[in-house]
Design a protein around this ligand. Sequence first.
Ligand code: F6P
Length: 319
Amino acid sequence: MKRIGVLTGGGDAAGMNAAVRAVVRTAWHHGTEVVGIKRGWRGLAEGAFEVMSAGSVSGILHRGGTILRTFRYPEFATDEGTHPVAMTLKELKLDGMVIIGGDGSFRGGTKLMKEFGLPVVGVPATIDNDIPGTDISIGFDTALNIAIDAVDKIRDTATSHGRIFVIEVMGREYGLLAAQTGIATGAEEVLLPEIPFEINDLCRRISAGYDRGKQHAIIIVAEGAGKASYISFEIQERLQRDVRMVVLGHIQRGGSPSGYDRLLASHLGHAATEMLFRGEHGQMVGLVANKLKTSSLEKKGKAPAEAVLRDAAMQRILS
Ligand code: F6P
């Protein structure tokens, strides 16, 4: 292989830089040049790229975000979006590509393989941790720790004022980030997309908590389960208690990656690049039961609900 590409797609995730670094350094070890595609699929369409020296990835391991940058680019799924990508690929003459991102990025990768015959491998990176074929994706651990830190702080003021706090956590349609934030912070309630909830039952449980002597109520809401603003309003109306809401939002995506994410990203980036060299294309490498494991990039489907339900059950026991 003379030249391979590397691209980060979808929402950024802490640790993406460590993965890019691992790809570039591994390829250089094989004497292969790496082209970094800028701004994800949009950059591929617009011909935005740079040849990366081994030194170009120095000093990035600890940095949040992605030095390659990223962009939501649904146009790539359409014919109009595909044509300019074909032009760039012709110019670049790549022998393979490492895609670092989530399920949308892997759909793009599958398209590259099918329509352009380009060998592609995937590295799972999203704070949502909703990719089948890996127990954990790059960025999840950092996002979880950020959410835990934020909830711990909110708990202090919640207790001082005896208030109810409704805290919205990211995760798109998948509740794992919220469920694990709930367990790790000892939240009173966790509302998840995987488990329907009834607002009157929720209020009854909150009231019962105060009756038992609780000084506050922390309600973690997965963004896929409902809007924090709506839930706060409904609780306030029914209980006539002081309710505040916090949407953690993109703070969960930023910041320096945790040690775990740095290690995970380094291992997965290295393993995926080695897969390209071995000719194992069309595969993603993930971590399953603490071992590197490959699975098909195509038809990833929905993330398994069991992991979320297991954590949700734990939350019920603890609260
Ligand atoms: O997929 C990662 C994620 O942060 C989701 O948790 C969230 O729903 C979404 O991206 C937000 O996307 P954007 O940054 O495009 O608003």
